[in-house]
Write a protein that binds this ligand. Structure first.
Ligand code: ADP
Ligand code: MG
Length: 549
């Protein structure tokens, strides 16, 4: 009886379980039949939220760390060699950023602002990257503590607006000075730019050359009117400025050694026709019925060329330039188609047209040892040329060496005290970030940044030290204005503007979505992985500790 009961119970238990299972299976099938919302393609990688903002900040800080050591007159240079095997030695922020081949999507923004600073004002490319990196670094603890990025962005924008107004207010105008005075003022600005470069040792020499070149082209906006010719070899002091055009060319024709190599105040004839027999021979088809007529054809050809050459001679020109060929005959008849001056520069013969009154153009012939050296010298001169042009156009300058940055920092801190609420903290952080410029100048020169910065803060707070910046030779502080460490105001205005915009842009991104289809190159896949983790932003350098300080 008892055994029967047990069997009955276990049977009904079995039935119960079966029913339950069927019920759940039914539910599962129904659930599976429901339409699902598929938003993104399979394999799409998204990372979002606070962690994403922080990881982008980390990547940007790593980029800023990479160029940090190049700032200022005691900054170091970077040697970069690419997969093609070419080597570049540079101190220029924009050049380094371009060559670093950054793949991190957020960090790429820093490359863009360096490039835009380079094309807008020509100098301050390291500064802009450093500032953006520092703004973000200051923002990081707030983001981690749960501050909404938009609050930070608003305060940063206010701070940047205030800072730029302050620069405009304090900048000193060089308008209305005599040409000689202006020249020496502009040379000071150029020398400040050049002092951080490889050719910094000869900054006065090159600064006056750059000023002369810029003044030679007058008000013309086209930068390519200042040509730079690089001739390897020799000393950098062998470089010279041509108030006109210079190009590589040697003439060789019968008797050219005897011809003069130098002409004074001679006319120059510019042609676009051949001074050779060749063309008539090739451009015509002539049918002759009598072989005797042939001579007359040949004579006609000669007459054409003699006619052309007679006209050249009558014009009184001593120098003839033509886009097309000048044959041997032409060089004999004219007596001379030499140029103003044909001079040996290194291994090359150069035609030099100095002092062209109508054409406003200038050429700098650069000399120096290695190719990399001349290349970097050319980039440095480009910076200096841009600076002189900017200073000439906007004609307001600010003290360099971190002086203006310290002054802005002091001003913003004072302003922050008048604000109630969280914004006070954010503007204070912005002010602190501005100090990165003097701090890095000290760091790169081997001085104690804390010590120098304390002195600077104290001096600026006293109310009469607004022009005090880092004294790069002794490690103390000095009046940058009196020491002629000047920068055009537009360099700072543009740098602060661009750096703030970049920082705000990066802070406002809270999600990165990577479409799997666009993942063609291997490098981009790596970038994708890094974007999620906030790893180093460089291709093929994962794991390397970038932080230095
Ligand atoms: P960037 O690419 O930003 O122009 P640089 O390497 O050219 O970077 O460094 C520029 C910084 O160096 C500026 O802040 C400038 O004021 C400073 N600087 C230049 N010359 C001197 C100097 N003689 N003494 C102190 N600071 C200087
Ligand atoms: Mg510079």
């Amino acid at each position: 009886m008892a055994a029967m009961l047990v069997r009955h119970l276990s049977f009904s238990w079995f039935v119960g379980v079966l029913r339950l299972t069927i019920k759940y299976l039914d539910l599962l099938v129904r659930w599976l039949q429901q339409p699902q919302i598929i938003l993104l393609k399979e394999g799409t990688d998204t990372s979002q939220g606070k962690a994403q903002v922080v990881s982008n900040i980390n990547a940007c800080t790593a980029v800023a760390d990479a160029v940090r050591t190049t700032l200022g007159p005691r900054g170091m240079d970077k040697l970069i060699h690419d997969e093609k095997g070419s080597t570049t030695i540079s101190n220029d922020g924009a050049t380094i950023m371009k060559l670093l081949d950054i793949v991190h999507p957020a960090a790429k923004i820093l490359v863009d602002i360096a490039k835009s600073q380079d094309s807008e004002v020509g100098d301050g490319t390291t500064t802009v990257v450093l500032l953006a990196g520092e703004f973000l670094k200051e923002a990081k603890p707030f983001i981690e503590d749960g501050v909404h990025p938009q609050n930070l962005i608003r305060s940063y924008r206010t701070a940047s607006f205030l800072a730029i107004n302050k620069i405009k207010e304090t900048a000193v105008s060089i308008e209305g000075k005599s040409l000689e005075e202006k020249k020496s003022l502009l040379a000071k600005c150029a020398a400040t730019t050049l002092s951080s470069k490889l050719i910094g040792g000869e900054k006065e020499f090159f600064a006056s050359m750059v000023v002369d070149a810029v003044l030679a082209i007058g008000n013309d906006d086209r930068l390519n009117l200042i040509g730079i010719k690089k001739v390897p070899g020799g000393n950098m002091r062998d470089s010279f400025l041509v108030n006109g055009v210079a190009f590589k060319k040697t003439f060789s024709y019968a008797g050219f050694e005897q011809q003069p190599k130098k002409f004074l105040n001679s006319k120059i004839l510019l042609l676009n026709i051949e001074l050779e027999l060749k063309s008539e021979k090739e451009n015509a088809e002539i049918r002759l019925s009598d072989p005797l007529q042939y001579q007359s054809i040949v004579d006609a050809e000669w007459n054409i060329i003699y006619d052309k050459l007679d006209k050249c001679v009558k014009s009184g020109a001593k120098i003839v330039l033509s886009r097309l060929a000048i044959g041997d005959l032409a060089t004999q008849v004219l007596g001379s188609c030499e140029v103003f001056e044909e001079r040996q520069v290194g291994n090359e013969r150069f035609n030099i047209f100095n002092g062209c009154p109508s054409g406003q153009t200038a050429t700098i012939v650069l000399r120096g040892g290695a190719d990399q050296f001349i290349d970097e010298a050319e980039r440095s001169l480009h910076d200096a040329i841009m600076i002189v042009r900017r200073a000439l156009k906007n004609s307001t300058i600010v003290p360099g060496g971190g002086a203006i940055d310290m002054e802005l920092s002091r001003y913003l801190r004072l302003h922050a005290r008048t604000i109630a609420g969280k914004s006070q903290l954010f503007i204070n952080s912005y002010a602190k970030a501005l100090e990165v410029i003097p701090r890095q100048l000290c760091d790169n020169a081997g001085f104690d940044p804390t010590d120098v910065l304390n002195k600077l803060r104290q001096k600026h707070a006293s109310g009469e030290g607004a022009n005090f910046g880092v004294e790069i030779n002794t490690g103390g502080i000095a009046d940058s204005f009196a020491n002629f460490v000047w920068e055009p105001a537009v360099v700072k205005i543009n740098a602060i503007n661009a750096a703030t915009e970049a920082a705000c842009l990066i802070l406002s991104v809270d999600e990165t979505v990577k479409n799997p289809k666009s993942e063609s190159a291997q490098g981009e896949a790596a970038a994708n992985a890094m974007a999620g983790r906030g790893g180093p932003a460089f291709r093929g350098r994962g794991g390397r500790g970038m932080r230095r300080r």
